[in-house]
Design a binder for this molecule. Structure first.
Ligand code: NDP
Length: 333
């Protein structure tokens, strides 16, 4: 089987030297274990944080060990009563083509609900992040203006649609005209801004949000967020979901200070990690699945094919080469 290890801890943007491909033997399952063949591997921005040896809400990746992350696989051999051959499971065992797991390490998923890959996206971590971040912290009300940065990505596109479901006016910020066309035409966003071609972000926000900003769901941080913060309304809620613009910085992230804005506007700014809501995942999953089945929620996936594409796919996240959830398809179901 093939594995990808963390070869060195990157400074700045990771490159080919960050990763090492190795071949090892497949371990036959023992009692209580299953052998899983990887079908889809998820690549996610948070993984950049785990490449650094620094305290966080989740431990760093170990050097020279397999890079961990969300995976969908098929059970090809079972020595457990809990799972049988052919079951589709989700796990966190990461960048490897096969894995021998204790049956309790993975969770069987319903393969009839939606394509199995959605459990890594709209029905999984990214969908749940949008759901809890937007609804529990952002609390959008009908008619309010919700601005989403990283709007065409996995979390952003879900958050924008949930805001629309709640009756808000939604403005998306993304890095290409193609993405913005998708947001407007497929996801019914009310306005969009291409931050890469807009010379004056503040003016663009002012124009797109004539009534100011009530909720800002922030996936990117940096200068985009500085511009949005300038237009928040009284009692605005700023949901700090991610700060991808800073993940590859070599030094500290600096910028305008936000304190006086928060004071003047009595605004709330709150960060979170999805784990904060772990006791309510079933609520979130049920809501997302229902909206998906009712046609109120849709999703896009950018799928790269082939195990060897995983590092490049991961780096694509920082180049903006994805619409919706970025996944790597490793084998046919
Ligand atoms: P995405 O699918 O949104 O992919 C990343 C996108 O970020 C790219 O497509 C790109 O789009 C944009 N981007 C990359 N670099 C920059 C930059 N320098 N400035 C502005 N935009 C940039 O990823 P996810 O949906 O999985 O994650 C979105 C955010 O949510 C991330 O910050 C992630 O860390 C965070 N997150 C937080 C969680 C939590 O529990 N708090 C859980 C899961 C995710 P574009 O073309 O628009 O630039």
């Amino acid at each position: 089987k093939q594995q990808i290890l963390l070869a060195e801890r990157p400074t700045g943007t990771p490159d080919k030297n960050t990763f090492k491909f190795v071949e090892t033997d497949v371990k036959q399952p023992e009692n209580g274990e299953v052998l899983i063949r990887t079908l889809f591997v998820s690549v996610d921005p948070y993984m950049r944080g785990r490449m650094v040896d620094a305290p966080s809400y989740i431990p760093p990746f170990e050097l020279h060990a397999v890079i961990e992350g969300g995976v969908i696989g098929e059970v090809v051999e079972s020595k457990s009563h809990q799972l049988e051959k052919g079951d589709i499971v989700i796990g966190g065992y990461g960048w490897q083509t096969y894995y021998t797991a204790k049956a309790t390490e993975v969770r069987k998923i319903d393969k009839d609900l939606a394509p199995v890959s959605t459990h890594l996206g709209i029905l999984g971590i990214t969908g749940l992040t949008a759901y809890f971040g937007l609804l529990d912290i952002g609390k959008p009300k009908e008619g309010e203006t919700v601005v989403i940065s990283g709007a065409a990505g996995a979390v952003g596109s879900a958050a924008g649609q949930i805001a629309k479901i709640k009756g808000a006016r939604v403005v998306g910020i993304a890095g290409s005209d193609e993405k913005n066309q998708y947001l407007k035409e497929k996801l019914q966003f009310d306005e969009t801004i291409n931050y890469k071609t807009t010379s004056n972000m503040k003016a663009a926000i002012e124009k797109a949000c004539p009534n100011g900003v009530d909720v800002y769901f922030d996936n990117v941080g940096g200068e985009i967020s500085d511009a949005v913060h300038a237009y928040v309304n009284k009692f605005a809620r700023i949901v700090v979901c991610g700060a991808i613009s800073s993940y590859n910085l070599e030094g500290e992230d600096i910028g305008p200070r936000v304190q006086t804005t928060l004071i003047k506007k009595s605004a709330l700014m709150q960060g979170f990690t999805l784990g904060d809501f772990s006791d309510r995942f079933s609520e979130g999953s049920a809501a997302l699945a229902a909206w998906l089945q009712e046609g109120k929620l849709t999703y896009e996936e950018t799928i790269k094919e082939g195990f060897e594409q995983i590092p490049d796919a991961f780096l694509d996240l920082f180049k903006g080469n994805n619409i919706g959830k970025l996944l790597v398809k490793v084998a046919e179901q």
